[in-house]
Design a protein around this ligand. Structure first.
Ligand code: ATP
Ligand code: MG
Length: 203
């Protein structure tokens, strides 16, 4: 039997229900057995000062996904130095998988916002990525589904229930003292409050 594995990379600063709905919807549509979330490492994270440290972004991602038996969190991008290229994320996860379950066949799916997918030709080694995984672009509000015109057999674009949620807006809300209840899982809201994240004080 072939295991079907989805991968979702991102800064997850913080993870929000848009990410979870997208992962869940793709898992359903593509009959995925698992989805692995891979938060980016620290040095590559934008907006120092108002962003959360890598370990807290990792912790929030673990807490947000804990209840879903399909979801997992990986440290490959957090533990690797250098810019987080998708090709490296996939290579590291595939190597880890082969080591843990030798001989087990797997089919890989990389889940990304359709807006980011439109720039795939600018990603490092797009052909390598397309050999390593099937790309699934999910629409997010305000973005039109664009066909990148590359390997249609390996790229799918799907619409997910529209959620006008972004990490940028969550951070802005926290800073402005506006509620984030129901936009992020409860555990994530608790971690944000407990560590004073996104207030501009503790970073
Ligand atoms: P930021 O506002 O800081 O850019 P973000 O909300 O885009 O954060 P990321 O961690 O950058 O979150 O995104 C990780 C992945 O999730 C990307 O592929 C992104 O396109 C996708 N994504 C983000 N928000 C949504 C959403 N509301 N619905 C579907 N996919 C989303
Ligand atoms: Mg983003």
């Amino acid at each position: 039997m072939t295991v079907r594995i989805g991968v979702m990379g991102g800064s997850f600063d913080p993870i929000h229900i848009g990410h979870l709905v997208a992962a869940s919807e793709v898992a359903h549509r593509f009959s995925l057995d698992r989805v692995v979330f891979s938060p980016t490492g620290q040095a590559w994270h934008k907006e120092a000062g108002t962003s959360a440290p890598a370990e807290l972004r990792y912790l929030m991602t673990v807490v947000a996904t804990a209840a879903d038996p399909r979801f997992d969190v990986s440290r490959v991008d957090i533990d690797r130095d250098g810019q987080p290229y998708t090709i490296d994320t996939l290579a590291d996860l595939q190597a880890q998988f082969a080591k843990e379950l030798p001989g087990q066949d797997a089919e890989w799916f990389f889940i990304t916002g359709a807006d980011a997918l439109a720039d795939i030709l600018d990603w490092r080694d797009p052909q390598g990525i397309l050999s390593a995984a099937h790309l699934v672009g999910v629409t997010r509000p305000g973005h039109v589904l664009a066909d990148p015109g590359l390997r249609p057999d390996r790229i799918s674009l799907i619409e997910i229930p529209a959620l006008a949620i972004s990490s940028t807006d969550i951070r802005r809300r926290v800073q402005a003292g506006e509620p984030v209840t129901y936009l992020v899982p409860d555990g994530v809201a608790h971690l944000i409050a407990k560590h004073g994240l996104y207030t501009g004080e503790n970073g």
